[in-house]
Each structure stands twice: as structure tokens, then as C-alpha cells.
Write a protein that binds this ligand. Structure first.
Ligand code: FA5
Length: 334
């Protein structure tokens, strides 16, 4: 057999070996001391003529070294493959990293739970609202100075549509939407995202969350409001809360009030000072008129609180912008 043919045959045999046993067989066939084809060839050199030996000798030697090298490399390859397939089923698995809820989601769920336990229903509403629901129906007609209280993102409008669209500035439009389609008595909360065209700072974002509350019935009074809100805030802040109810103005309530709380200094960054947590009041008769309720037959209270602000107080967070920064070092602390 000429050397070239032997080389081709041996190379392909090495390549084909699928495990270390195959490879050992190949080694014996070509490099085995007894009858290995290459070794036999090398042994036969001594019987050749000098010229023949000069020709065949170096080639046979090169082939031997090449095969030794190829077999070694293929051996390593097969070992690596083997290691990859060799699974130790008793080894403890790699820990899967589980994500977790954002602090705003956590507090929203807590708020939902507390109000559900007080027999409130929870619903959500559209983030894109019409001028009518966000303002007009809430007793804030165009050009009313109260519109200045809510800086607004207006949306581009197809000219055929009369009612302008905007990103809702509060969750109060859901008061109207709900009352249009339901009859009292009822009590609801509406958590959701709202938007204001404002400069941001540690306490103001352009995008934040509110929770609206509305309870309407024949005899619903501010006393009911006081009980519900105090119970809610005491549960949210684990008991130790002082309350202050101040007169205020919102066009959709009469009278309007604002609720402040004071928490113990020891547990809260913002403890020891009065903090405003919500706007509220008795639903204005014009709102009942807008939804075709008779204001002589029903009355109720409404409130709207900033969820971000509550979360900041509860978790001692100094800057509202941290909620939206996407920084995992912040989120993982909760
Ligand atoms: C309102 O939005 C009224 N709709 C609340 C209301 C509902 C009053 C029902 C009466 C009856 P106000 O603009 O004050 O009110 O916002 C309510 C709460 O949202 C504030 O107390 C504050 O906690 C939060 N808030 C207001 N602006 C921002 C802002 N830029 N960033 C974060 N939180 C804000």
C-alpha cells in the first residue's frame, strides 16, 4: 500500500471514531506495536534498498507522528463530549433568579386588599380620556380657572372629533363613567396611572398613580368617609397615625377637604410632620346631575390619593423619581 493511501485511510478512521474504544482500536490498527500498519511499514524499512529507504523513511515517520497527534486530539475531543453528556443528577440545581414586584405594585395590592376587606369593589379605567370626563362632567367647564390645577397632555385630534382627548390628569373621570352605568348604593375604588404636564422634582412626576374612591347611597355622610379613611390609613401604616381634616377646594365636591397624617418619628423618615395624603369631599350636586342621579335622593363622598406619595411615606423613599428610574439596586430593596 502506498503511503499516501495509508495516510488517507488512517486519517478518516481517526475522524470516524465515536468513542475512546473506537479510537483505541484505530490506534492498534495503525500504530499497534505488533501489527500496526504504520509500524509494520517502518519495520520493513530495514529490508529496503538504500534509495528506497531514503524515499519511504521520512514519509513513514511523518505519518506516524501525524497519526499520534491526530489520535491524541480526537481523544481530547471525545473526552470533552463525554463530560458534557455526563450529567450528575444528584448535583444541586442552579438557582433560578425570580423577579419580584415593584414597590408601587406592592402598595397598590395592599390598598386593594384593605378596601376589598371594607367591602369596596375595585375597577380600572382608561388612561386616555376625553375632555368631557376629565373636566366638564366633573364641574370644570372650559375656561374655568380650576383647570389650571391640572396641567394636561393633550393628544393630537382628528378634526371630525368634537371632544378633545388627553392623558387623564386624575382618576376622578371614573366617578362619572361608573355612575353613568350603575345605580347606588355602591362603594368603589379605582387605582390607576395618571399624567400631568409638570416639572419633576423629588415629589412630582409627570406620570404617577392615584387611587380614587367613591361611595354613594341614601345616607352616606362625611362621618362614613372619616371612618373608612382612618381605618384604611391605620391598616396601611400599622396603627400609629394621627389625622387632620382641612377644608379645601375641588370643583367636583362640596364641601372639599384635604386629609393630612402624622406618623411616629422613630419609624418614618417623614415622621413627626403633617403630610398631605389625599383630596376628598362630598360629591357635588352638579356631578349627580351630570349622571342623572337625583341629588335630593342620594349623597356620597369621593377621595383621590397619590399612591406614589403613600409608598414614599411607607417605605421611607426620599425621591419619587426613583420609582421610575429602572434601577434594579433600588427595586431589589423591597
Ligand atoms: C386630584 O387629583 C383630585 N382628583 C383628588 C380628589 C378626588 C379630590 C376626589 C376630591 C374628590 P390633586 O391634584 O390634589 O387632586 O392630586 C391628588 C394627589 O395626587 C395628591 O394629594 C398627591 O398625593 C398626588 N399628586 C398630585 N400631583 C402629583 C405629581 N405630580 N406627582 C406625584 N403625585 C402627585
Amino acid at each position: 500500500m502506498d503511503i499516501k493511501a495509508l495516510q488517507i485511510e488512517a486519517r478518516s478512521a481517526v475522524k470516524k471514531a465515536q468513542n475512546t474504544n473506537d479510537l483505541e482500536e484505530v490506534r492498534v490498527v495503525y500504530l499497534g506495536r505488533k501489527n500496526g500498519k504504520v509500524i509494520t511499514l517502518l519495520r520493513s524499512l530495514k529490508d529496503m534498498s538504500l534509495t528506497e529507504r531514503r524515499q519511504v523513511g521520512p514519509k513513514a515517520n511523518t505519518l506516524r507522528h501525524e497519526l499520534e497527534e491526530l489520535i491524541k486530539r480526537r481523544g481530547n475531543e471525545l473526552q470533552e463530549k463525554n463530560a458534557a453528556m455526563n450529567v450528575d443528577v444528584t448535583r444541586p440545581g442552579d438557582k433560578v433568579r425570580v423577579g419580584h414586584l415593584h414597590p408601587l405594585t406592592q402598595i397598590e395590592r395592599e390598598v386593594r386588599d384593605i378596601f376589598t376587606s371594607l367591602n369596596f369593589s375595585v375597577l380600572e379605567g382608561p388612561e386616555i380620556e376625553s375632555d368631557y370626563y376629565n373636566f366638564d362632567a366633573l364641574n370644570i367647564p372650559p375656561n374655568h380657572p380650576a383647570r389650571d390645577m391640572w396641567d394636561t397632555f393633550w393628544l393630537k385630534q382628528p378634526s371630525i372629533k368634537k371632544d378633545k382627548s388627553l392623558l387623564r390628569t386624575h382618576t376622578s373621570p371614573m366617578q362619572i363613567r361608573y355612575m353613568e352605568t350603575h345605580k347606588p348604593p355602591f362603594q368603589i375604588i379605582v387605582p390607576g396611572r395618571v399624567f400631568r404636564y409638570e416639572a419633576t422634582d423629588a415629589h412630582h412626576e409627570v406620570n404617577f398613580y392615584q387611587v380614587e374612591g367613591l361611595m354613594v347611597g341614601e345616607h352616606v355622610t362625611l362621618a362614613n368617609f372619616k371612618y373608612i379613611v382612618e381605618t384604611f390609613l391605620q391598616q396601611l401604616f400599622d396603627g400609629d397615625v394621627q389625622f387632620r381634616f382641612r377644608p379645601s377646594y375641588f370643583p367636583f365636591v362640596e364641601p372639599g377637604i384635604e386629609v393630612d397624617i402624622k406618623l411616629p418619628k422613630e419609624h418614618h423618615r417623614q415622621g413627626g410632620t403633617w403630610l398631605e395624603v389625599m383630596g376628598a369631599g362630598m360629591v357635588h350636586r352638579n356631578i349627580f346631575n351630570a349622571v342623572r342621579y337625583d341629588p335630593r335622593e342620594v349623597q356620597g363622598f369621593a377621595f383621590g390619593m397619590g399612591l406614589d406619595r403613600l409608598a414614599m411615606i411607607k417605605y421611607n423613599i426620599p425621591d419619587i423619581r426613583l420609582f421610575y428610574s429602572g434601577d434594579l439596586r433600588f427595586v431589589r430593596q423591597f
